[in-house]
Design a protein around this ligand. Structure first.
Ligand SMILES: [Zn+2]
Length: 258
């Protein structure tokens, strides 16, 4: 769509402004000037709409925040599991120490009782190995979870920074467009002075029906620039004289001889 708009968009609004007041300008020419301003306004407004959509869009940021929150939750849960595994290993070590202390104190003389106690120490040690293995697994898992959290946090920071930079650029662009539109609207008011109410009405109707373009150019080869139809020789003459409004028989656009 922009390609079409660009073709008609104004390149030098200031030089046009001088022409706006030209009393000898034909009706089609006045409408063509008006259209150039309107097409630039259309293009700017479409871009402003796009900018506002981009400014509102926080999908990526929300997703990154979600990942970070989830990673933090996993980290906290794993930390609890890790603490409990560490505590289990420590408490098992104390149990072994206490039982061994009784064993080595030498107060128990009964061989059956001594044997039972030795077996208990061995059993406690076996379970201690299991607990230590478990702790090692949790430690490995915790390291991974910590890394995941760091990655999620870095990702969030990167997205936030990029978003900030993008927003700053978009806000500047939007402000420039708003200011340009203000200037264009002043020019538009001036351009409207040389357009009759009747012509303005027709222009608006065609613009609405024909994708925003109401005025087409009668090309050098005698064809309508928008639909390619070639008006009759007499109609072409009328268009070139610029005395009245002539519409293309096919696309119904107002033809301007340029
Ligand atoms: Zn046409």
């Amino acid at each position: 769509m922009y390609a079409v708009l660009d073709r008609y968009a104004t390149s030098s609004l200031l030089s046009q402004a001088e022409n706006i007041y030209n009393p000898s300008m034909s009706r089609a020419h006045s409408l063509y000037r008006l259209q150039e301003i309107d097409l630039t306004l259309d293009k700017n407004n479409a871009r402003i709409e796009e900018i506002q959509k981009r400014l509102k869009d926080s999908e990526k940021l929300k997703q990154a925040k979600g990942y970070q929150t989830q990673a933090l939750e996993t980290l906290r849960k794993t930390q609890v599991v890790l603490k409990s595994a560490e505590h289990a290993v420590e408490s098992q070590r104390s149990k072994i120490e206490e039982t061994e202390a009784i064993l080595y104190r030498g107060t128990i003389k009964n061989p059956k009782e001594l044997q039972d106690l030795q077996m208990e120490v061995e059993a406690l040690k076996r379970y201690s190995d299991t607990l230590e293995d478990r702790l090692l697994d949790v430690m490995v898992e915790f390291e991974q979870v910590e890394l995941d959290y760091e990655t999620a946090q870095k990702n969030l920071a990167t997205i936030e920074k990029a978003r900030e930079a993008e927003h700053s650029e978009l806000n500047i662009e939007q402000q420039n467009l708003i200011e340009e539109n203000e200037r264009l609207n002043v020019n538009r008011e001036a351009a409207l002075v040389s357009v009759s109410e009747e012509d303005d009405k027709l222009y608006k109707q065609i613009r609405q029906r024909q994708g925003g373009i109401a005025v087409a150019i009668l090309e050098k080869d005698g064809t309508c620039s928008m639909c390619g139809l070639s008006p009759s020789a007499s109609q072409q003459q009328l268009i070139r004289s610029g005395t009245q409004i002539e519409q293309c028989n096919q696309c119904r656009r107002i033809l301007y001889s340029g």
